[in-house]
Design a protein around this ligand. Sequence first.
Ligand code: UGA
Length: 444
Amino acid sequence: MRILNKEVWWSMGAQKIVVIGTGYVGLTTGACMAHLGHEVICVDNDETKINSIRRGILPIYEENLSELVTQGCDAGNLSFTTNLSDAIPDTNFVFLCLPTPTSDDGSADITAIIGVVADIRTHLKSGAVVVNKSTVPVNSANSLVELINRSDIDVVSNPEFLREGSAVRDFLMPDRIVVGCVNPMAGHRVASLYENVASPIVLTDFASAETIKYMANSYLAMRISFINEVASFCHSIGADVLEVVKGLTLDKRIGATFLMPGPGWGGSCFPKDTRAISRGADLTGERLELIETAIATNTKHQLRIVKLITDLAGNNPTTSRVCLLGLTFKAGTDDVRESPALIIGQALVSEGFSVVAYDPMQPRIPTHQIALVGTIEEALRGADVVVVATEWEEFSSLAAENYADAMRGKLLFDLRYVLPREKFAAVGLEVITLGQRPIREIGK
Ligand code: UGA
């Protein structure tokens, strides 16, 4: 492995880039590469999606992305098409930003990538580099080299580390850029595309680059599973988990991020990637038991939360109306994939509660059992219990008095530690958080 510094690069200037796939990774990659000065064509086989992006309507909500797309289109160095065969022959770099969903056995399904690469392989210009950004099983880049089977084409692995909600910032100001290659010249060419991004470039081999991606997500998921377990421990022992977090994160070896307890980790990445790497390791006979445990702990944590709510609120669940605040898997996104909020909401429905939900993003949800309403006031009206599942600012900025006026009951479960508990106590409401003593007991 080498950490490249910019003196060893040569500047290539603006390059022609094709980005295949316009999900949040592809769209962010395309818009940011255009922002860096390159000439970018984004391709997707979904005509409706491409037409709506062309009209300025993005398929996802992502901070600053819409502005970058508009800027690139207006400047003339960003365009969108469904026509792969027109875009490919003239380009120097092809970025693969395609979905790799969980297949039946838990591994990552790379059918979409294989299909596209098989389609484009003969149309690639001599000297072009195929850059994979999708999260793929370790050693997939080698399979792409074999599939392309052309000595004049290089493959480079360049995994993404983009958080939904801050994807643009993560692309333009990353902690590091990982470039996996066999041919260092191709690695340097891909590194040069990021010439205007100030961050270290980790130049390494294919398998290491692909492993870095999986282990970054797995490690962060393990940290959250760890702190959620600590929250339960604090709950049973009478310690305050937020005090514990403060005390832990001041230790520089532990670090300050991804140690916030909550309703468990979700989204389109941590669950899928931890499952995939566990499955991949299983197949090699080298089990990743810590990661397996982190997955199991995450599920157990959510069941524990449902039990806590049911035990404290469920004298008669069938008459209890739960107001669920937040449906997305975290704030700053409209994504509800594997969202803890939905999992917990659905479990409460199964327990017999009637669940009314509000989310500022008004996302589409895959169930009719949870009633989605248009305003927070509507969701709170007549609620016996409130569950705050996503850390949207709207929930913490609404005054405690407004909650008290609208609710029928007195209990709130704040799974994100965002409500000012003293203010709620002052208006007669009790905010329960996992791993903190009830507010009225403090100072006793
Ligand atoms: C994650 C990684 O952070 C990105 O680096 C990566 O590129 C991306 O997956 C991916 O593989 O594409 P993302 O899924 O957008 O990004 O979400 P995160 O911000 O990482 O949060 C994941 C989950 O952990 C959320 O449910 C969040 O609420 C939870 N979380 C996060 C906590 O419960 N506590 C924390 O302290 C941090």
